[in-house]
Design a protein around this ligand. Structure first.
Ligand code: FES
Length: 263
């Protein structure tokens, strides 16, 4: 049982939970995720660890209420317990000094992007972060990103905050302005597909985190099967991060939509 120490609303449906998990806090690295279950018969929810505090023994999770299980998790309050938190799981992000890194996140994908931004900055890179959402209210973690980035660019679909336009526009403006050595993208599959097409055009190595497709997170359910460079991969075991230019995003989107009715 893991206690919720702090709960904060980023928007009506996006919640930040600081959860007691000392062993995970000690060993997690950027890119790792945990599996969370609410109730003994609860569905398993894979969630990327947004940040961790080794001294306090806590991890931070950002959850968007999408279906039944994520709504149940978001409804828990400070002092409540999460039945299980298992992890850290997955392969950690490969972090090194490459020069200038553009990190772009859309919607709730901004949460798993935060530890990656922090880690690339710590490794001595120039980090430019592009945050995108439909409206101002859905932009999350802006302050934390500012603390860890050399520059933060905000894009909103409706122009209610930052610049009006899609994430790809923000990224392309940066590409046209300066040399970019690496791009990291996390968000809806359609967003990652178009970021990947854009950076391919400019020959910029790009990493995409495909955590949204995971279900049980253990390599057993097969739901996270994707094709990367013509080979079958499991996001929860081989990922969640892959060379974006090799990912078959159309297949991934088809797979994601097959669970819509049940959700
Ligand atoms: Fe089930 Fe990967 S999430 S096999």
């Amino acid at each position: 049982m893991n206690k919720i120490i702090k709960k904060e609303y980023f928007s009506e449906k996006v919640v930040k939970l600081v959860v007691e998990a000392p062993l995970i806090a000690r060993s997690r690295k950027a890119g790792h995720f945990v599996i969370v279950r609410v109730g003994a018969k609860g569905e398993r929810i894979p969630l990327t660890i947004a940040s961790a505090d080794k001294d306090k023994g806590t991890i931070t999770l950002v959850v968007q209420a999408v279906g039944k299980s994520s709504s149940k998790l978001c409804a828990l309050n400070e002092g409540d317990y999460i039945t299980d938190v298992v992890g850290p799981l997955g392969q950690a992000t490969h972090i090194e000094k490459v020069g200038t890194v553009v990190c772009c996140g859309g919607g709730v994908g901004v949460a798993p992007l935060l530890p990656i931004v922090e880690a690339f900055k710590k490794a001595g890179n120039r980090v430019i972060t592009v945050l995108a959402a439909r409206t101002k209210e859905l932009i999350i973690l802006e302050e934390q990103m500012k603390t860890n980035s050399d520059e933060v660019i905000i894009m909103t679909d409706d122009g209610s905050y930052g610049q009006k336009g899609l994430v790809t526009q923000g990224v392309e403006d940066v590409i046209k302005r300066e040399k970019i050595d690496l791009c990291v993208t996390i968000g809806p599959a359609i967003m990652m597909k178009f970021v990947s097409l854009l950076t391919k055009k400019y020959n910029i190595p790009t990493v995409a985190s495909l955590n949204t497709i995971m279900v049980d997170g253990t390599g057993m359910c097969g739901a996270c099967r994707i094709t990367v460079g013509g080979k079958t991969k499991f996001v929860c075991v081989d990922g969640p991060e892959f060379d974006a230019h090799q990912v078959d995003f159309d297949e991934m989107m088809m797979r994601l939509s097959s669970y819509k009715d049940m959700e």
